[in-house]
Design a protein around this ligand. Structure first.
Ligand code: E4P
Length: 219
């Protein structure tokens, strides 16, 4: 499963990109507002540190407006993916952008049928929001499973991008359900390697080595 970072903060993203384990980035207007930088400037910096797809979300609600904003984003870097909402206008923009060779991430997906429509419009990525469904009392992961089944039934090559990830269980379950990508907030990404037995085991190995005076001798 590919791992994207869900953030619009270029500095945080650059630090995580240094792990060599970041496959892309997703941003949205709320993340951009939280970061406080000019959105286009932030995207420029992000694209300089990550070579995989970087999603930039349009603000227009009509197809023509979305395409005009997409042109601005497209000038930033070759790895920009245009993020459009799951509306009729959004899907029309998706078709046009795909015909022009752009990557498109269709966002705000909350149902399997919406995901099927996005795939028919040629979306590169579909973003089901699992955390927001959980918040609303549904089982977000069921949506990932149902989209996987539909896409496999018809060989749609749209990649399932698990979004609105709230914690490590979402990452684990997305991988088990066959999501192609999970986009992960910075704090969750940093916690991916955490396990108390790893810490305990490492401390015991080092204590035993110290007690026995073991050194790694360079001959
Ligand atoms: C990513 O593409 C989405 O915009 C993001 O994951 C939404 O997450 P949230 O539900 O935590 O705002």
């Amino acid at each position: 499963m590919k791992l994207f970072i869900d953030s619009a903060d270029p500095k945080e993203i650059a630090r995580l990109a240094a792990t060599g384990l970041i496959d892309g980035v997703t941003t949205n207007p709320s993340l951009a507002a939280k970061n406080g930088m000019d959105y286009v400037d932030a995207l420029k910096e992000i694209c300089a540190s990550v070579s995989g797809p970087v999603s930039a979300e349009v603000l227009a609600l009509d197809t023509a407006g979305m395409l005009a904003e997409a042109k601005v984003f497209a000038r930033i870097a070759n790895n920009i993916a245009i993020k459009v909402p799951l509306t009729w206008d959004g899907l029309a923009a998706c078709r046009a952008l795909r015909a022009d060779g752009m990557m498109v991430n269709v966002t705000l997906c909350f149902s399997p049928v919406q995901a099927m429509m996005a795939a028919k419009a040629g979306a590169t990525f579909i973003s089901p929001f699992i955390g927001r469904l959980d918040d609303a009392g549904q089982v977000g992961m069921d949506l990932i499973r149902e989209i996987r089944a539909i896409y496999d039934n018809y060989n749609f090559d749209t990649q399932i991008l698990a979004a609105s990830v709230r914690g490590i269980p979402h990452v684990r379950e997305s991988a088990l359900a066959g999501a192609d990508v999970a986009t992960i907030p910075v704090d969750v990404f940093r916690a991916l390697l955490n396990h108390p037995l790893t810490d305990k085991g490492l401390a015991a190995f080092l204590a035993d080595a110290k007690k026995a005076g073991i050194r790694i001798r360079d001959e």
